[in-house]
Design a binder for this molecule. Structure first.
Ligand code: CO
Length: 303
């Protein structure tokens, strides 16, 4: 119904004028196609945490410098985050709105980079919102969505190397490090055990766990060496794009059921690695590499 209305609204004289202009523009008499115009959107859940917002803004800034003069925007997916940011007077467009605006501005080739860690429900949502706008009348010709951090075995191996490269110097070999992710139902949830394996072939004292998925805290406690009365340092690190609520409460929080409290109660000495993934240069490079790939598949050439 909508399509029919749109077609009907194109009046005949406009069509004639358009054909004439297109023909006149080319010496061979054939319509010349306009050069593609590219734009980039970073699709993020976002965070209500001020420090996490700074980290995200820094990444946006780095992306703007890296891809200039191609415009780079942030599109949010969490209503609660958008509402909070808007209350603070910040422009925090939804992914849907920023894409619609770029379409209105005439951009026709769009790379949407997922700022998610795995291919969970959030990523699927980003893909759905982005690709729904491809090929609409007068809209984007192409929309490509860049992979989150881990969408394949190769990417899991790359992330394992980047995580090891980012470990604090104070961590002695043999001391366990637990990277704690969000957890996911469905296919995306397979990324965590896969990443655990990739880490452990490099260093058997590195573990992947989750706050609300598998491996769970109980799974990880079984795999962890027992302190047996000695002081055993365990490092806790968020496997989250940003260190927001989940990091502050579920991992490092003072509540008795946080990771830190539970492990301390079991006799471990907990060391906090409070930097989340977007704060780690080696991991940021992986996100950029995925965006480069998305742009490449759009036919983008760096100016
Ligand atoms: Co959650």
């Amino acid at each position: 119904m909508q399509k029919r209305l749109l077609t009907a609204s194109l009046c005949l004289s406009c069509l004639v004028l358009f054909s004439f202009t297109a023909l006149a523009g080319s010496p061979t008499g054939q319509a010349r196609s306009k050069a593609p115009s590219f734009a980039i959107v970073l699709a993020s859940f976002g965070s209500t945490d001020a420090e996490a917002q700074k980290v995200q803004d820094a990444f946006l800034q780095a992306a703007r410098e890296r891809y200039a003069p191609t415009p780079v925007y942030m599109g949010f997916t969490a209503r609660i985050v958008m509402k909070k940011l808007q209350e603070q007077g910040k422009d925090a467009p939804s992914l849907f709105r920023i894409l619609a605006e770029l379409g209105d501005q005439g951009y026709d080739h769009i790379a949407v980079q997922s700022m998610q860690v795995i291919t969970g429900a959030e990523f699927e949502g980003v893909k759905q919102i982005a690709t729904a706008q491809e090929g609409l009348p007068k809209g984007f010709k192409r929309v490509v969505v860049g992979d989150p951090l881990v969408a394949s075995n190769e990417q899991a191996a790359e992330l394992a190397h980047a995580l090891i490269a980012s470990l604090p110097k104070e961590r002695k070999s043999g001391e366990p490090v637990i990277f704690i992710g969000h957890g996911a139902e469905g296919r995306g949830g397979l990324s965590y055990p896969a990443l655990n394996w990739h880490l452990q072939i490099l260093d058997p004292m590195l573990f992947i766990s989750t706050v609300e998925g598998a491996p769970s805290m109980d799974d990880t406690l079984i795999a962890l060496p027992a302190p047996e009365g000695k002081k055993l340092r365990v490092w806790l690190a968020p496997l989250l794009a940003l260190a927001g609520e989940h990091a502050r409460n579920d991992i490092f929080g003072a509540d008795p059921d946080s990771w830190k409290s539970m492990l301390t109660a079991k006799g471990y000495e907990c060391m906090n690695i409070e930097k989340a993934l977007l704060s780690l240069p080696a991991v940021r490079e992986l996100w950029f590499a995925h965006l480069d790939e998305a742009l490449l598949s759009l036919g983008y050439e760096k100016k």
